[in-house]
Design a protein. Sequence first.
Length: 418
Amino acid sequence: MTRSRASRVLVLNSGSSSVKYQLLDMRDGSRLAVGLVERIGEQTSRLVHTVPAGPNAGTRERTDPVPDHGAALKAVGEELARDGLGLDSPELAAIGHRVVHGGQRFTAPTVVDDEVLVEIERLVPVAPLHNPANITGIRTARALRPDLPQVAVFDTAFHTTMPEHAARYAIDAATADAYRIRRYGFHGTSHAYVSRRTAELLGKAPEDVNVIVLHLGNGASASAVAGGRCVDTSMGLTPLEGLVMGTRSGDLDPAVIFHLGRVAGMSMDEIDTLLNKQSGLVGLCGDNDMREIRRRIGEGDRAALLAFEIYVHRLRKYIGAYYAVLGRVDAVVFTAGVGENAAEVREAATAGLEELGLVLDTELNAVRSAEPRLVSPAHARVAVAVVPTDEEREIARQTFALIGNTSTGKTATGESHA
Ligand code: ADP
């Protein structure tokens, strides 16, 4: 086997009705192909495949029905093969899979075998919306290339360094233990990548900086990262806790749930749907896209303005909380769709916090760029930064590091997340 020469990693992010993928060459970090299969199982399935550079550069689209994940991966393999990048290529070193929930067991990327799959399945009750699709993706990829290392990279792993006082809820300890109720945190791959890139941007080692990461996409989470290790994060048992999100409520008094059950007569499933899908920005004003909300605010729409204010207020509370958790903060960094693009959110979230050392440079904040950058003045005590996230690249990096470092061990226990 000449696997030592192979340098490509295929990253798969399998959702319930979609598969996102990227093929990266780890020798130079180049992106060879990226794509998406969506509406799997429907008649209107669609595959969009893009080769970003080189002689085959361009985008192709397929609209033939894709009945299941097996067919999706087969179609992805066919598209890659058309560009000479097929799944059977000896250049392919491994397949890295995003797995949302790794519980307490998976603290690092892990080569998947039967026992690991059973463990990921055991976590389905705490991640019913995500882990089943991730498992299907892994099984399908294994069937296609049983000889290749399949590596699971967990959204929760970066947060497993949280101390118990941050990870546990103040509920009956025996009940919590029996049902594995604790704060796991999510978006960990993004928080790991962005906090490390922020240290690079500051010209420092990750061990030397304390960072508050604000991942503001449709889902949103904050984390406090001390010297490269996560010490607190805003999502909890599930991705519902914490910040106001596109469709999720984030923090609320748990008694709201009893009230909805007892007084409004709603079922558990109805309350689940309300809080996960009909709340957050969409619940407050009917839109979850920050661009649309800003447009409406410009037209004097009061519901949109209130939604924006509630969103920003929660964000500011977390910045303050994590400032206190960390004691000393070197940088506050914004990432994901809203964090990278919405200058108004960055401005409102940091306004009036000069006493904490947080100052924005209005001109730098207005610049649109895909590059990591500072949006605070050079002399500021706390840097404010925008660092575009790249979860696929981080999954590929961790996957490649694991298979390069371990030939027998299953878990990269020595893997640094920093
Ligand atoms: P996710 O990966 O959680 O689906 P993203 O990180 O892609 O989400 O973020 C999507 C969100 O980013 C959109 O819902 C929208 O609110 C916001 N967004 C994207 N582009 C812009 C923009 N130019 N200005 C403001 N907000 C934006």
